[in-house]
Write a protein that binds this ligand. Structure first.
Ligand SMILES: Cc1cc2nc3c(=O)[nH]c(=O)nc-3n(C[C@H](O)[C@H](O)[C@H](O)COP(=O)(O)OP(=O)(O)OC[C@H]3O[C@@H](n4cnc5c(N)ncnc54)[C@H](O)[C@@H]3O)c2cc1C
Length: 452
C-alpha cells in the first residue's frame, strides 16, 4: 500500500492552469501528464520520486522547459517540476554561489551581477540552469571560463534507493565522485533530480562586444574567415556566427579585455569582404548578457532543432552545402548557428568530465520553426537533410540539442564516455527509474537483460 503523499503545488487536468503548466517551449510535441507537481523544497522532490515509484507511474523531471524533444514531459505520468525552487545565495568569502535547480539563466545573471560576479552559461534568459549545466552549457564566456559544468563544485541530488525509496545526496570532487563526473555533461533526467548546485563564480565588470554583418555575396569569405579565426584567437574572446536564410551573416562576440584590444583581434573579420555593419563597444557585463539574449528564442513555438560538432575547419564543399540548404530553407526564420569552442573548453580532456566533445572547435545548430501544422514535415526534413549532408564533415551532437532522429545517440552525445556513464547509471539507478527515449541505460544485473 502507498505511504507517500505528493507535496508541493499540484496541478491536474481540470486545474485552471493545467494547459499553461503542461506546455514546454517546443509546441510541436504535445504531452498530457496526469499530474504536475511544482516542488517547493527538496522534501517535495523526494516525496514525488517516492510516490512515482510506489505507484509505478512514469515520470519526468522538469526545470526550464527548453528540452528540444520535450524529454521533460510525459503522457499520463507525473512531471516533477523544480522551477519554483530558485533561491540564489552568493558567498563572497568562498567566491561561490548556491543556486537552486529551478533558477533560469536571466535571473542567475542578474542576481550574480548585483554582486559583480557571474558564471559562464548560455545566452537565452529563460533556459533552465539545470538542464543546461547537466549537459555542459555553452555561452559567451565559454572560451574564457569553460563550460557551465566546469564551474560546478557540488550538486545536491535526489536519487532512488531501496525498493521504492529516494534520498538526498551531495556529489562533488570528493563525495560520490563518479556521479559528480557524470553530472557534468551526461545530460539531465538520467541519474536523479538535482535540487541545487554550488558554483564557483568569476568577478565581472565591463566587457567588450562586437558584431559584424555581411550580405550573401560574402557567404563563403565571411564564414571561412570566421571558422579559421574564432576557435583559435585569444581565449578571452568567445564568438558566434549566424547564417540566416533571410540572406545575411552575422558574427558577434564577447571579450573580457578592452575594446581597443578587441578591435585588433577581429582584424581578420574586418578585412573580409564588405561588412555591411560593424559595432565594437565596451559595456557593463549585464548589458552584454541582454545583448546576446534573443527574446524571440524565448517564445513558445513549434520548432525543430538539431546540431553537430566541427573538429576541423569545413572545406569549401561543406560551406557551399550550408549555403544551398539556406537558399532552399522552408522559411526565412531558418538559421545555422555556430559557436566557437577551444580556449578553456580544451583545458580538460574528453574523459575528465562526461562532456565528451572537448576537442571540437565549433558547436553548430540547425534551427527551424513554423506557424502552421502542415509546415511541420517540411521543416523537420530540412533539419534532418542538412544534418545528413554535413555528416561527412562533422561529428556527434551536443546532448543539450537532442534529436530523436539520431539513432546512434549514445555515441553522438557521449563518444567513448558512454560506457562509464552506464556504470554510474548502474550504481545510482540500477532499476532504470529515470528513463526516456534517449536516457542512459544501466547494465543488466549478472549479465542478463531485464526491463524496468
Ligand atoms: C531557445 C533556446 C536557447 C538555448 N540556448 C542555449 C545556450 O545558449 N547554450 C546551451 O548550452 N544550450 C542552450 N540551449 C539548450 C539547453 O541547454 C537545453 O535545452 C537544456 O536541456 C534546457 O534545460 P531546461 O531546464 O530549460 O529544460 P527542461 O526541458 O526542463 O529539461 C531538459 C532536460 O533536463 C532534465 N532536467 C531538468 N531539470 C532537471 C533537474 N533539476 N535534475 C535533473 N534533470 C533535470 C529534464 O528531465 C530534461 O531531460 C537552448 C535551448 C533553447 C530552446
Amino acid at each position: 500500500m502507498s505511504r507517500t503523499r505528493l507535496t508541493g503545488k499540484i496541478v491536474v487536468p481540470g486545474s485552471p492552469s493545467y494547459r499553461k503548466d503542461r506546455q514546454n517551449l517546443n509546441l510541436s510535441i504535445q504531452k498530457y501528464p496526469c499530474i504536475i507537481v511544482f516542488c517547493q523544497n527538496r522534501c517535495d522532490v523526494k516525496n514525488a520520486l517516492k510516490w512515482a515509484r510506489e505507484h509505478r507511474t512514469p515520470f519526468r523531471v522538469r526545470s526550464g522547459r527548453h528540452s528540444y524533444e520535450n524529454f521533460s514531459l510525459v503522457n499520463r505520468g507525473l512531471i516533477i517540476d523544480v522551477s519554483e525552487m530558485k533561491d540564489i545565495v552568493y558567498d563572497p568569502e568562498q567566491q561561490m554561489a548556491y543556486i537552486q535547480a529551478g533558477a533560469e539563466l536571466g535571473t542567475v545573471y542578474q542576481q550574480l551581477w548585483d554582486n559583480r560576479v557571474t558564471i559562464p552559461a548560455g545566452t537565452s534568459h529563460n533556459v533552465g540552469l539545470s538542464g543546461l549545466a547537466l549537459g555542459g552549457g555553452i555561452g559567451m564566456l565559454t572560451r574564457a571560463y569553460g563550460l557551465t559544468c566546469d564551474s560546478i563544485e557540488e550538486i545536491e541530488i535526489v536519487v532512488p534507493c531501496e525498493k521504492h525509496g529516494a534520498k538526498v545526496i551531495c556529489a562533488s570532487h570528493t563525495k560520490h565522485r563518479e556521479l559528480f563526473w557524470a553530472c557534468r555533461g551526461g545530460g539531465g533526467g538520467n541519474f536523479g533530480i538535482v535540487t541545487a548546485f554550488k558554483f564557483r563564480v568569476y568577478p565581472v565588470g565591463n566587457v567588450s562586444i562586437f558584431s559584424i554583418t555581411w550580405n550573401w555575396e560574402d557567404f563563403h569569405a565571411s564564414y571561412n574567415s570566421w571558422q579559421n579565426w574564432a576557435p583559435f584567437t585569444d581565449s578571452r574572446l568567445t564568438s558566434q556566427i549566424e547564417l540566416f536564410a533571410s540572406g545575411t551573416i552575422t558574427a558577434s562576440g564577447e571579450f573580457t579585455g578592452s575594446p581597443k584590444e578587441l578591435e585588433k583581434l577581429i582584424t581578420p573579420l574586418l578585412k573580409t569582404g564588405t561588412p555591411l555593419t560593424v559595432m565594437i563597444k565596451s559595456i557593463p557585463y549585464i548589458e552584454a548578457v541582454n545583448f546576446f539574449n534573443s527574446p524571440a528564442g524565448n517564445l513558445a513555438a513549434p520548432f525543430k532543432r538539431s546540431g553537430s560538432f566541427i573538429y576541423e575547419a569545413l572545406p569549401d564543399k561543406a560551406i557551399e552545402t550550408m549555403k544551398q540548404f539556406l537558399e532552399n530553407a522552408p522559411n526565412q526564420q531558418t538559421t545555422i548557428w555556430q559557436q566557437a569552442l577551444g580556449g578553456a573548453v580544451m583545458e580538460f580532456n574528453p574523459e575528465e568530465t562526461a562532456f565528451f566533445h572537448r576537442k571540437a572547435i565549433i558547436a553548430q545548430e540547425y534551427n527551424t520553426s513554423w506557424t502552421c501544422k502542415y509546415q511541420k514535415q517540411e521543416n523537420i526534413c530540412w533539419v534532418e537533410g542538412i544534418r545528413y549532408a554535413l555528416k561527412p564533415y562533422t561529428k556527434g551532437d551536443y546532448v543539450n540539442w537532442p534529436d530523436r532522429a539520431i539513432k546512434k545517440w549514445p555515441c553522438a552525445y557521449y563518444g567513448s564516455n558512454y560506457k562509464r556513464l552506464r556504470k554510474v547509471k548502474t550504481e545510482y539507478d540500477p532499476y532504470n527509474v529515470f528513463c526516456f527515449s534517449q536516457s542512459i541505460r544501466p547494465y543488466p544485473p549478472n549479465g542478463h537483460y531485464w526491463l524496468l
